[in-house]
Ligand binder design. Structure first.
Ligand SMILES: *Cc1c(COP(=O)(O)O)cnc(C)c1O
Length: 354
């Protein structure tokens, strides 16, 4: 019963088979190989547009380098105050942008509210020399609270940003889960709605270690190859990144994997919601479930060896609503999650509450 994170799972067997297949004979290093070229074309096809695509091994590299391409060192990057770029990347965005300022915005259920962005843009006017200059907005889809921005919500934020000359970055660590849940096309959820640069996550959904930075306007990517190399994220045996992304996207495999992950989360949320004293504050929109459970149920889960994170009061709108005998857990499913694991988790909690 491992619900600690989707990256606790291994890689999809199809991705591993592609790595073995790519292991034959020599190939030009540093990404000038046919597997990388094929993956770049596959990403452009997926987004129905000629994109500039750069494969990197981690999401932190994708986010930090993408943001660095959008802001000068004296720029402001607006994001949700619980954003991964804010809390979970050890200052990589600040480091790779050479010192840009991250400004965390509030918003219910992990999503930036347009009013908050509007107020922040007013608080960081262009031309005020004592302040960093508005440069980028980073939104996370699916969000850190497991929720989704609708297409209209993305468009509203992007319109506000663009009206102030601010570029839009999407942290898509769980992009596949969001696409499957929304039933949108990758183009609709990104450039057609105003996203300028995407961190196209794949590791949490089945690659070994491979993500892509996708620029919808290739002109904006002119320096990116140098940026990536300077950051130490240009893999000498680049074919293994290309092979991973190629297999991930081939025949809709990435969607199959995310469909499975989302279904397991829904099953988990439905089961837990039916237990006495249990609450699911954000509902289940993708592959994460935030569950508030009586502590007796959590104790039984811990004893049974279940894995998850104690999420404290993070993401809760009314933090006082968590009583001392309750605990909020973050539960994440992946393509590798089984029905048996989900049902055992629910049954263990149910047993403690009977
Ligand atoms: C996992 C995750 C990332 C990527 O993290 P890495 O560990 O660097 O690969 C980025 N953003 C979000 C929202 C994530 O959950």
């Amino acid at each position: 019963m491992n619900f600690s994170s989707d990256n606790a799972s291994g890689a999809s067997p199809k991705v591993l088979e592609a790595l073995i297949a790519a292991n034959e004979g020599p190939a030009t290093p540093y990404g000038a190989d046919p597997w990388t070229a094929g993956a770049e074309i596959a990403v452009s096809n997926l987004f129905e547009r000629d994109c500039a695509v750069f494969l990197v091994p981690t999401g932190t590299a994708a986010n930090a380098l993408a943001l660095a391409a959008l802001t000068p060192p004296w720029g402001t990057i607006f994001c949700h105050h619980d954003a991964h770029v804010m809390d979970d990347e050890c200052g990589a965005p600040e480091f790779f942008t050479a010192g840009a300022k991250l400004v965390g915005l509030p918003g219910a259920r992990g999503k930036i509210a347009p009013d908050m962005l509007r107020a922040a843009l007013r608080a960081y006017p262009r031309g005020l020399v004592k302040q960093t200059q508005p440069a980028a907005l980073s939104i996370t889809q699916a969000s850190e609270s497991g929720t989704l921005y609708s297409i209209d919500e993305i468009a509203a934020l992007a319109d506000l940003a663009h009206a102030s000359g601010v570029r839009v970055h999407m942290d898509g660590a769980r992009f596949a889960n969001a696409i499957v849940a929304l039933g949108a096309t990758p183009a609709q959820m990104t450039w057609k709605t105003g996203v300028d640069v995407l961190s196209f996550g794949a590791s949490k959904n089945g690659t070994l270690f491979c993500e892509a930075v996708v620029f919808f306007d290739p002109a904006r990517a002119i320096d990116f190859a140098y940026r990536r190399k300077r950051a130490g994220h240009t893999m000498s045996k680049g074919r293994y990144l290309g092979a991973q992304m190629g297999a991930y996207l081939a025949d809709g495999h990435w969607l199959e994997l995310a469909t499975r992950a989302n279904a397991m989360a829904r099953r988990l949320a439905r089961g837990l919601a039916g237990l006495p004293g249990a609450r699911i504050p954000h509902g289940c929109e993708a592959n994460e479930v935030f569950a508030i459970l009586p502590r007796v149920a959590e104790a039984a889960l811990k004893t049974a060896g279940a894995r998850y994170y104690d999420w404290g009061v993070r993401g809760l709108e009314d933090v006082d609503s968590l009583s001392p005998d309750e605990i909020q857990l973050r539960l994440v499913s992946s393509f590798a999650t089984t029905i048996e694991e989900v049902d055992a988790f629910i049954a263990t909690a149910a047993g403690a509450l009977a």
